[in-house]
Design a binder for this molecule. Structure first.
Ligand SMILES: [Zn+2]
Length: 57
């Protein structure tokens, strides 16, 4: 993931699984050494919608 402060590369320091299934990642930038978090979430509902619409003529 790209650093939101300088646009450099970052690496994951820690990963934590939440109760709702999402994954919280603590990242550290290799360029400016600042830390930030990112959340990874599975969303099935938003993916089903466009697929159904594309099937219709
Ligand atoms: Zn950075």
């Amino acid at each position: 993931m790209i650093c939101p402060f300088c646009g450099g590369k970052s690496h994951v320091m820690r990963t934590r699984q939440r109760r709702d299934g999402s994954v919280l990642r603590f990242r550290c930038c290799t360029e400016c050494l600042r830390m930030f978090q990112s959340v990874e979430r599975v969303e099935t509902r938003s993916l089903e919608q466009p697929l159904r619409e594309s099937v219709k003529p």
